[in-house]
Design a protein around this ligand. Structure first.
Ligand code: DGJ
Length: 693
């Protein structure tokens, strides 16, 4: 019997392999003592056998094998090159353990297969990263390969996964555990609004701030498959991998994307903080980490395809006055792109709109002290485009396919296509001072194909190598391509096409389980939201954007004097606070009022924080309930300041202390009783600063 363990300060992962079988995770949870005897642990882990069962329980291994009578979904399904189904049975070959790393290799000599699982644990972020590789002596057809399989906790009643839609990303779904499986498979070929690849398993009684919780994220942009299965014997397994059957050709090597897994002993926030930190500190590669996140202005909802140089200059001037530091020219600048029916892939500046190229606009933007960003949608092509007319074979899918936003996807597995895109994009980046690309992807694929995702990654990687100072925003009709795979090569996500602050408040709250402020774009939209028709007050719109990487997207010419003043002030607040908020932990608060969606952004070291308490609806009860804070030092005193107390309306008639000035309270009080905020209208936000005294 062989056992291995990986530890960080708060969790231990133990794997064991007996009789040379594939290893299984025999323990994952709070840290075990160093002296724990792993061999005893292995025997203690074995479950009994009774009537109506096999004479021993097949192991729930890191890649369950059908050949070992495993009563659930196997971790690997494949066929030989000639199509014959293969039934692998692996045998231990070797283990290599380094600092915080473990690699296990198993061989199936009869079928010429090698399976390797790699685990690492990050002592600072508490993230476990697991990845599986399959090698074959002769080309094989892969149907399904799971990243190393984890056990699901038994003291968990529900699983939470993530669904969504255009303008409504990051909706959390709760499903009770029951015998059988919850199977999610994304066959759209991109991460998708509907399928963010994440899973949260709270143990019984866990909340945002308390209890045990486990969480997973699969870092891949081509569509994933998740199996959360309760076996007939009660054990539970979690599998994540690429969607099934997305490898279109036989090959001798396949690998999964990294599976990120974390255990938390302080609620779902423990998982959220691990994901936020790991993504920001280990995955995203900012070209200049010291550069503060610039306030964005994006012109999409101001002008759409109607580009006119004088108008854009005017808008840019106004945006800069409000506090913008980067101007992003969105769709409509190339080819004859007057609407969304044409010109995608004709990546040359439209001389009708820009007779002297982009240089005059860029010079104007630079003159205002802003940097310049440009929109592309590289992987797409309109049938009505010069490039489609020249290379119809570059597009994926048949002539009779259903178009998406009037467009087809380009075949990113084709080197000629990638070269063409590299050359066209490089030609623009080489000649213009552009420090940012908004990289869009507005349709699903006609059929999912892993080669497409690998091709997209290769193009982005090549561009990044050639233009290392250019940041990239991942957008796909809003949040259709958000995952740690794309974020290892990009720097910001466009969370949603909804600039409706109420919808955003909800989405940002849920997305914070996985995404830090530093990468989550959030813009102040038009007074009357273009995607919901809702009219929202500028204060609410501004503060919701200030929760994340702030920007504007409305036409600044629509702003009244009062709106201009509010927006300028909130933007100045954001700039004054963004440095510490960049690496603050976003902690979702357990709000006793269902109408209040609240979070606490806690600075590294804990000396300061800001609470954003958004009122998403009218409360059921008449008076505000206290909002409990989290992760403070119980014995410390904090100066609490309701910084936008001036927003209290006439129906807030009483005199809660926070309305008249800062107060000082202990961490114990704030965490156990909570703050009573003034009464407020729905669609408003209280902003509370806390400072360690
Ligand atoms: C979809 C994006 O999500 C929008 O922000 C905008 O860039 C449009 N595409 C442009 O076509």
């Amino acid at each position: 019997m062989r056992c291995w363990r990986l530890d960080d300060g708060r969790q231990t992962l133990v794997l064991g392999s007996d009789r040379d079988h594939l290893a299984e995770i025999i323990y994952w949870g709070p840290r075990l003592p160093d002296a724990e005897d792993l061999t005893t642990l292995f025997s203690a882990h074995a479950i009994d056998v009774t009537g109506g069962m096999l004479d021993a329980n097949p192991e729930l291994s890191i890649c369950p094998e059908a050949t070992r009578s495993f009563p659930g979904q196997p971790g690997l399904i494949l066929r030989a090159g000639d199509g014959t189904p293969l039934l692998p049975k692996f045998c231990f070959e070797k283990a290599e353990q380094g600092d915080d790393q473990l690699e296990l290799r198993f061989v199936d000599a009869a079928n010429g297969l090698t399976y390797t699982a790699h685990f690492s644990i990050d002592p600072a972020t508490h993230m476990i990263v697991a990845q599986a590789t399959l090698e074959a002596a002769k080309p094989v057809h892969l149907h399904w390969l799971s990243a190393p399989v984890f056990p699901g906790p038994q003291l968990s009643d529900d699983m939470i996964d993530v669904a969504g839609r255009w303008c409504g990303e990051f909706q959390l779904n709760r499903t009770p555990w029951s015998p059988g499986m919850r199977y999610r498979e994304n066959r759209t070929g991109r991460t998708g609004h509907e399928h963010f690849p994440g899973l949260i398993l709270p143990c019984r009684g866990a909340t945002n701030t308390r209890g045990h919780a486990y969480a997973f994220h699969y870092g891949w942009s081509g569509g994933h498959r998740m199996v959360a299965e309760e076996l007939p014997d009660g054990r539970r397994q979690i599998q994540f991998g690429h969607a099934a059957r997305v490898e279109s050709a036989p090959a001798t090597r396949f690998e999964t994307a990294p599976l990120y897994a974390v255990f938390s002993d302080d609620g779902i926030n423990g998982c959220a903080v691990a994901f936020q930190r790991h993504l920001r500190d280990r995955i995203v590669q900012f070209p200049d980490p010291a550069r503060p996140r610039p306030v964005h202005y994006n012109c999409w909802e101001a002008v759409y395809f109607d580009h006119s140089l004088p108008t854009l200059k005017d808008i840019a001037t106004r945006a800069a006055t409000l506090g913008a530091e980067r101007f992003v020219l969105d769709d409509g600048w190339f080819g004859n792109r007057d609407d969304d029916t044409r010109a995608l892939s004709d990546w040359e500046v439209d001389a009708r709109k820009y007779p002297d190229g982009l240089a005059p606009l860029i010079a104007h933007v630079h003159g205002l002290g802003m940097s310049f960003g440009l929109w592309f949608e590289p992987e797409m092509i309109n049938p009505d485009s010069d490039i489609h007319r020249a290379h119809p074979d570059w597009a994926l899918g048949g002539e009779d396919q259903i178009l998406g936003r009037n467009q087809k996807a380009l075949n990113m597995g084709c080197a000629d296509v990638r070269d063409f895109l590299f050359d066209r994009i490089a030609a623009i980046l080489e000649t213009q001072a552009i420090d940012y690309i908004k990289w869009d992807h507005n349709r699903v694929l006609p059929t999912p194909d892993a080669a497409q995702t690998r091709g997209s990654y290769a193009l982005i990687d090549r561009l990044r190598a050639a233009f290392p100072m250019v940041e990239i925003e991942s957008c796909a009709s809003g949040g259709g391509r958000i995952d740690f795979g794309i974020l290892s090569r990009t720097h910001r996500v466009w969370l949603s096409d909804s600039n409706d602050a109420l919808e955003r408040l909800k989405m940002q709250h849920n997305a914070a389980i996985f995404l830090p402020m530093a990468v989550t774009g959030s813009h102040v939209g038009p007074r009357k939201c273009h995607t919901s028709g809702r009219t929202l007050d500028i204060r609410f719109r501004a503060w919701v954007a200030a929760q994340r990487h702030m920007g504007f997207e409305m036409d600044p010419r629509e702003l009244t004097e009062e709106e201009t003043a509010v927006l300028t002030e909130v933007t100045a607040w954001w700039k004054a606070n963004r440095d510490w908020m960049f690496d603050a932990d976003i902690l979702r608060l357990d709000s006793p009022d269902r109408a209040v969606i609240a979070e606490q952004q806690l600075a590294q070291g804990g000396a300061r924080f800001v609470v954003f308490a958004g009122k998403a609806a009218v409360s059921d009860q008449i008076a505000p309930r206290p909002l409990r804070l989290t992760r403070l030092s119980p014995d410390a005193q904090y100066r609490i300041d309701l910084i936008n107390r001036g927003d209290a309306g006439p129906l807030s008639r009483g005199a809660p202390a926070l309305k008249s000035g800062p107060i000082t309270l202990s961490g114990a009080y704030l965490m156990n009783h909570g703050l009573i905020l003034p009464w407020s209208f729905p669609e408003s936000m209280w902003v509370i600063e806390g400072t360690l005294v």
